[in-house]
Design a binder for this molecule. Structure first.
Ligand SMILES: Cc1ncc(COP(=O)(O)O)c(C=O)c1O
Length: 788
């Protein structure tokens, strides 16, 4: 087993552990025997007359003879929020098989038992007021299934945010984390499917796989070599009896194993998944929010692209301080789940305040609340976890799990130590969960410490003090000093190499995360501004971004990757969008449109630019997006440019075009003017110049057209000059070129219709007519050239 501890006890401890269990079983059976003899009845409690006992024989024996002896160590009620400190309700001492009664007294304990990793489960200055508002607006309960009347805008927003956060196309949520596994897995695996499942997967996964009817093979916990062996033999053998190939193979793993605190060896498993063309299902119940510098879970922590994980499952019950779970994946997959999953169709939706809690927590984690609290919380969680793990190792405890993991099982091995440790720690003000058989194998009884970002150093020091006393009293020193120092040194070397958070995120992924964050921030602003149109536009932009990312990923995947088959349809989708509106095209080149309004009937567009638009990206977009358009139709492009520039004249920060909508010209022209402060306006004129050169021959050669063009150039220059900006040589050249065309047009028109030219008022100054022009032509030209 990887990590800092081991599940294998020293020989003497193993023997003592088996001996303890034997004594317990022996005494249990002896007591049953005497009970039978003395009372003359059955050992098993009888059911109602004529009914068989409801509990199975063995469960009945275990409950009476083992569990009731120590049941005060389990199910401890609390009566405060599960914050760093918690009020534990005291109960009557163990008294035979009687249920425990609460006494009314409480004990304030340091909470080392809750999954409150980021501290969101208690009051939070950002989340709590929003949850209260959601409560006022939407009430306590959704009171209906998602597919009926249980979908509020907050549910939709949550699913979008989750997909964004994980870099997936879409997500679906469910009211319960356990049910997310147990109800969704049967839709992903069925007859003819092989599920290859980690030996220590959570019980919800086991329930889901059992309910699916798929064939299951188990591989040794977190062991890629064994996984490969299982895959190879399963593929070679095919389906049982028929030997037919499997319809599909799904590998199911967890991000952090909840009873081991250990991170999955994701990189190796992703490699195997690709090599053997299997689907990968990753349960991130404990890792989402808790791992990775940005809280994006084990993929971020280990530098794995989320595109390589087909189905990302997680729960909101740990790091987000709420309830429910999610599945994130490709749009097609999620749509399929929406249409078929009973948990979506027939189970009541998540309660709106719980949804709002997750949304708000996601905002904080991503810094969308305007602070860096989220990042600090995650860092604090890692620091706390590593500090405590190190403290325990130095004291000689056998601690399972990896560095940065907030789950820290501490091995007890011997079952007799379980109640003793639980009672001792409670007495000294620590609330800790203890776990033994049947939740673990017989040999591996343990206590499980869960660290939170809400814990302070003083809290952790206090806990370490208690642990020291506990170790001496109950002989828990299973790890020798040399092993402990080896683990600590390995960790230090690792952090020195890769920075405090352990592993570096690849630059490409980091970049995407940044863009994603900015887009999400813009969406949140739109939401708070209560601007529906803007919100819709934001969602569209984010979807475009996701499609573009997906295309990018697939393009980089090896030619043999089956998922590349999707590429043509994805490109098609993007191209279809491009034809209709400018956003997707621009999104590919790195900038976004801030807001917009489109009325299909009138083909009317209005855009302003996003803060994402950097001058360099705009310039590229400006050139790249439209070269093809200019070549196809230079005259049309020129007219677009005229309209765009006119619209810019209306307001430098807003581009309003009442014209054939949706061309990058409009945005690019607006962008050029918007970016004034960056010395950018000459770009517009450069563009003017190149388009004028190409359009010269194809724009209907009428003086009226060229008059407009020339007028617009002049106005553009005037505005820029008023703003104190120089326009550069390109502006000069563009103006010259327009003037030449206008003069030539005037000359042609005058030649064709001398009467019209005569009717034109004489110019004040005698301008030179274009080559070959007459005196009258000169008059018409003079009139027109006053525009320049
Ligand atoms: C790996 C894993 N998956 C799923 C669940 C179920 O989640 P929930 O508690 O949100 O129902 C848990 C619970 O701890 C878990 O550890």
């Amino acid at each position: 087993m990887a990590g800092t501890g081991t599940l294998t006890p020293p020989l003497f401890v193993a023997l003592a552990t088996y001996a303890s269990w034997m004594v317990l079983f022996l005494f249990g059976h002896l007591r049953d025997f005497y009970r039978k003899k003395i009372y003359g009845g059955r050992a098993v409690k009888k059911g109602a007359e004529g009914y068989a006992p409801i509990r199975q024989d063995y469960e009945d024996f275990y409950t009476r003879r083992m569990y009731y002896r120590i049941h005060d160590a389990f199910n401890r009620p609390i009566c405060s929020a599960p914050d760093a400190w918690v009020d534990v309700m005291e109960r009557t001492p163990v008294d035979g098989q009687k249920p425990l009664q609460v006494t009314g007294a409480t004990k304030r304990c340091l909470n080392l038992g809750s999954y409150n990793y980021l501290g969101f489960a208690a009051q939070d200055p950002y989340c709590t007021p929003r949850v209260e508002e959601a409560l006022d607006q939407l009430g306590w309960a959704a009171a209906s299934a998602r597919a009926d009347a249980g979908t509020t805008p907050r549910h939709v927003e949550l699913e979008r945010l989750v997909a964004q956060f994980l870099g997936k196309e879409d997500a679906i949520t469910c009211g319960m984390g356990f049910a997310t596994n147990s109800a969704f897995i049967p839709l992903l695996a069925g007859k003819g499917t092989l599920v290859v499942s980690d030996a220590l997967n959570h019980s919800s996964i086991v329930a889901g796989v059992r309910g699916s009817g798929a064939k299951v093979k188990v591989f040794d916990h977190n062991d890629p070599a064994h996984l490969e062996a299982v895959l190879r033999s399963a593929i070679a053998e095919g389906q049982p009896r028929t030997g037919r190939p499997w319809k599909k193979i799904v590998i199911i793993i967890e991000g952090i194993y909840s009873m081991e605190g250990e991170m999955v060896r994701l990189k190796e498993i992703v490699e195997l998944k690709k090599r053997y063309k299997c689907y990968l299902y990753l349960d991130e119940a404990h890792s989402i929010g808790a791992l990775g510098a940005g809280g994006r879970g084990v993929c971020e922590q280990l530098g794995v692209d989320t595109a390589d994980v087909d189905i990302m499952m997680g729960t909101f019950t740990k790091s987000f301080g709420s309830c429910g779970g999610y599945i994130a994946g490709d749009r097609g997959l999620i749509q399929y789940l929406r249409c078929h999953c009973p948990a979506h169709l027939y189970a009541t939706a998540m309660s709106p305040p719980a949804v709002e809690q997750v949304i708000s927590a996601l905002h904080v984690i991503q810094g969308l609340d305007g602070s860096d609290r989220g990042k600090r919380k995650i860092r604090q969680l890692h620091d706390n976890s590593n500090y405590f793990r190190r403290g325990l190792l130095e004291q000689g405890f056998d601690v399972l799990g990896d560095w940065d993991s907030p789950v820290m099982p501490v091995m007890l091995f011997c079952p007799a130590k379980l109640p003793a440790v639980s009672r001792y720690t409670l007495e000294r003000g620590l609330a800790i969960v203890v776990v033994g058989f049947p939740a673990t194998p017989l040999l591996t009884t343990r206590m499980r410490v869960c660290i939170s970002a809400a814990h302070s150093r003083a809290d952790l020091d206090y806990a370490l003090e208690v642990f020291k006393a506990l170790r001496d009293r109950h002989h828990l020193q299973y790890c020798d000093a040399e092993t402990a120092s080896r683990h600590i040194k390995a960790f230090q070397a690792h952090t020195n190499l890769a920075g405090a958070s352990g592993v570096q995120v690849p630059a490409s992924l980091q970049e995407r995360i940044e863009v994603n964050n900015q887009l999400t921030r813009a969406t949140v602003e739109a939401y708070h501004a209560k601007d529906r149109d803007l919100l819709e536009l934001r969602h569209a932009q984010q979807n475009d971004f996701m499609v573009a990312c997906r295309i990018d990923d697939l393009e980089r995947a090896p030619a043999s990757d089956r998922r590349r088959e999707e590429l043509p349809s994805l490109r098609g989708a993007l191209a279809a969008l491009s034809a209709k509106c400018i956003e997707p095209r621009l999104s590919q080149t790195g900038f976004r449109i801030m807001s917009g309004e489109r009325r299909s009937g009138h083909r009317r567009s209005r855009y302003t630019l996003s803060p994402l638009a950097t001058p360099a990206a705009l310039l590229d977009a400006f050139k790249a997006a439209d070269d093809a358009a200019v070549q196809r139709n230079p005259a049309g492009a020129l007219l677009q440019l005229v309209r765009c520039t006119q619209a810019v004249g209306e307001s430098p920060l807003k581009l309003g075009v009442a014209s054939g909508a949706g061309d990058a010209w409009q945005a690019a022209g607006g962008a050029a003017i918007c970016a004034r402060g960056d010395g950018f306006p000459t770009v517009l004129f450069e563009r003017w110049l190149s388009v004028l050169q190409q359009a010269g021959k194809r724009l209907p050669y009428k003086a009226e057209n060229w008059e407009t063009v020339a007028g617009v150039i002049k106005e553009g220059r005037r505005q820029l000059a008023a703003a104190g900006l120089t326009c550069g040589a390109a502006a000069e050249a563009a103006q010259q070129l327009a003037a030449t065309h206008l003069a030539a047009c005037c000359a042609l028109e005058a030649a064709a219709d001398p009467a019209a030219a005569r009717a034109a008022p004489q110019g004040k100054q005698a301008l030179q007519p274009a080559a070959g022009g007459t005196q009258q032509e000169g008059g018409a030209a003079a009139k027109r050239q006053r525009h320049l």
